[in-house]
Design a protein around this ligand. Structure first.
Ligand SMILES: Nc1nc2c(c(=O)[nH]1)N[C@H]1C(S)=C(S)[C@@H](COP(=O)(O)O)O[C@H]1N2
Ligand SMILES: [Mo]
Length: 301
């Protein structure tokens, strides 16, 4: 890869929350400028991204371990103990083991990424994440030649997660990516929002973000990452395979069986705001379309 993709906006472009940004967490603006030049079209052609307010991002959530209401996670997720935390990295890696969150943070370079976020339920936000590339973490563990997929697992703590006594999903929440998707420079592990530690309701302390896929792929509060040869099971696919596939790439041309995916409601834009058109691969087509060259995106939904 000739360049590492950086967000198309600099911290100075972010709304007033930028005042709180921890400058040390942000990659130098010279590098951000390079990313702007290198990434070219897609994002800029569609105009600057206007991030949602911190209050929207942290009060309107999906995190079913804390309840299925949009405001349940903000009310209940404080019960989750996020420190100390460790994530097991195992399977087809050279250095399997329990990686302490603190050690991971020592080793990784945290930067800001302002990404579109599109839920399969047809609402969207723009979120200024802080995080590091998943590829860097996987390389730290040493990906072996036979690995083709990456499986992820969320913590399962009935004492701290009031939602898991309901069999809404087959707990723990699990997700997966193809290895090339996991290694793509747009794929990050988020550890912050607006320069603050990521709130529990958003998946503290370590959560996946894959901006060209529907939000449910972005699994929260990860305790295990396993490199596998076979496609791993994923929670929503297990719950309803006809409605939720393994790929779940944002695609305005492939509708959900029960609703259209052609447009989306922008959270925080007001009760009477117009819906906006949903973009192919959520606006990241230029960066990721080649991953799916020759694939039937209707069959591989
Ligand atoms: N463990 C876990 N991860 C999860 C979910 C969940 O219920 N449990 N919900 C998913 C869905 S459907 C969405 S849209 C996003 C929501 O992320 P946000 O609350 O940070 O906006 O988290 C995803 N990750
Ligand atoms: Mo979602």
């Amino acid at each position: 890869m000739a360049y590492r993709w950086k967000n198309n906006l600099t911290p100075a472009d972010v709304t007033p929350e930028a005042a709180y940004l921890n400058r040390r967490q942000i990659i130098g603006s010279a590098v951000a400028g390079l990313g702007l030049a290198a990434v070219g079209g897609t994002a800029r052609a569609q105009g600057a991204l206007e991030p949602n307010r911190f209050e929207d991002i942290t009060s309107y959530n999906n995190y079913y371990e804390f309840g299925t209401g949009k405001d349940d996670p903000a009310r209940n997720a404080h019960m989750l103990t996020t420190s100390p935390w460790s994530a097991k990295i195992d399977g087809l890696v050279d250095r399997p083991g329990d990686y302490a969150f603190a050690d991971i943070m020592q080793a990784m370079t945290v930067e800001e990424r302002i990404y579109r976020f599109r839920c399969v339920e047809a609402w969207s936000m723009v979120i200024p994440w802080n995080g590091f590339e998943l590829a860097d973490l996987l390389q730290m563990a040493g990906v072996q030649a036979g690995a083709k997929y990456v499986a992820f697992e969320t913590a399962l703590r009935p004492d701290e997660m009031p939602g898991v006594r309901f069999p809404v999903l087959d707990w723990p929440y699990v997700e997966g990516l193809r290895l090339d998707e996991a290694m793509h420079p747009l794929t990050i592990m988020a550890t912050g929002i607006y320069g603050k530690d990521i709130p529990n309701q958003n998946g503290a302390p370590l959560r996946l973000v894959v901006p060209w896929k529907y939000g449910f792929k972005s699994i929260k509060s990860i305790v295990r990452i396993t490199l596998t040869e076979d496609e791993p099971p994923t929670s929503w696919n297990k719950a309803n395979p006809r409605e939720y596939g393994f790929y779940s790439n944002v695609n305005p041309e492939v509708d959900h069986p029960r609703w259209s995916q052609a447009s989306e409601r922008v959270v925080g834009s007001g009760l009477f705001a117009k819906r906006q058109p949903t973009l192919m691969f959520n606006g990241y087509e230029e960066e990721v379309a080649s991953l799916y060259a020759g694939m039937d995106l209707r069959a591989n939904y």
